[in-house]
Ligand binder design. Structure first.
Ligand code: SF4
Length: 226
């Protein structure tokens, strides 16, 4: 299991779920978490409703050789994150860990609920991996895989928690803390998905878009035309 020597103080913890925004668009994360700007659209409302249904900690269930725990608060000192997990499945396993009040050993597997279907990028995956690192620190165990569950297609996507993904999550968390410490908001990029972003009218991406290097722009256009 990878562990970085750096540890954050509790007062510096950032919201775990923010890593998906940061991966998708740094500016979106900065607007939400540094400038405290938020606006809802249909997608954010649907996501909120989905998590309200899942996060209720009173909905814990037990079945044979597996029990479910919902709405679990977690923190990670090494990522400097805190958050709440949608659902953790505990499977009875000889390679698991002891759980207070239950006989035997149990292997934890996180299920993160998402609206829609699998994304082309890794924004949901980095959130799940960050959740795994948090739960590992809390329980003192290693989690080899977990799942994303997409409500539109009613399908689980298995995610192997590789060293490469763990490294990516640590890189992202470090960058998030740097932005937060400097209180600096990233400039907009002209993303194709900006039109579907709930912050579009507040962000004004075309007006705040990164300046293009003119030399590179001309060079690229000449290369494209050759
Ligand atoms: S409108 Fe585009 S650049 Fe602005 S926050 Fe949303 S995704 Fe990012």
């Amino acid at each position: 299991m990878q562990k970085l020597s750096k540890e954050y103080n509790e007062e510096d913890y950032l919201m775990l779920s923010g890593i998906q925004h940061f991966y998708f668009c740094k500016r979106q994360w900065c607007l939400i978490h540094i400038e405290n700007i938020w606006a809802d659209n249909q997608a954010t409302k649907e996501g909120e409703y989905l998590h309200e249904k899942v996060d209720n900690p009173l909905l814990n269930e037990t079945r044979k050789d597996v029990f479910y725990s919902r709405g679990i608060p977690v923190v990670s000192k090494t990522l400097g994150f805190s958050g709440i997990l949608d659902m953790v499945e505990f499977h009875k396993s000889s390679t698991g860990i002891p759980v207070k009040g239950r006989e035997g050993l149990w292997e934890p597997i996180i299920i993160e609920y998402k609206r829609g279907k699998e994304k082309k990028d890794q924004r949901d995956i980095v959130q799940l991996v960050a959740e795994v690192i948090c739960l590992e620190e809390g329980l003192g165990c290693e989690i080899k895989y977990s799942y994303l569950f997409y409500d539109k297609i009613k399908k689980r996507q298995k995610v192997e928690i590789t060293l490469k993904l763990r490294d990516l999550v640590y890189e992202l968390s470090e960058s998030m803390h740097q932005f937060f410490e400097k209180h600096e908001t990233s400039q907009a990029e002209n993303y194709k998905s900006c039109s579907r972003c709930s912050l579009y009218d507040l962000c004004l991406p075309r007006m705040t878009k990164k300046k293009v290097n003119v030399k590179n722009y001309i060079k690229n256009r000449i290369e494209e035309e050759e």
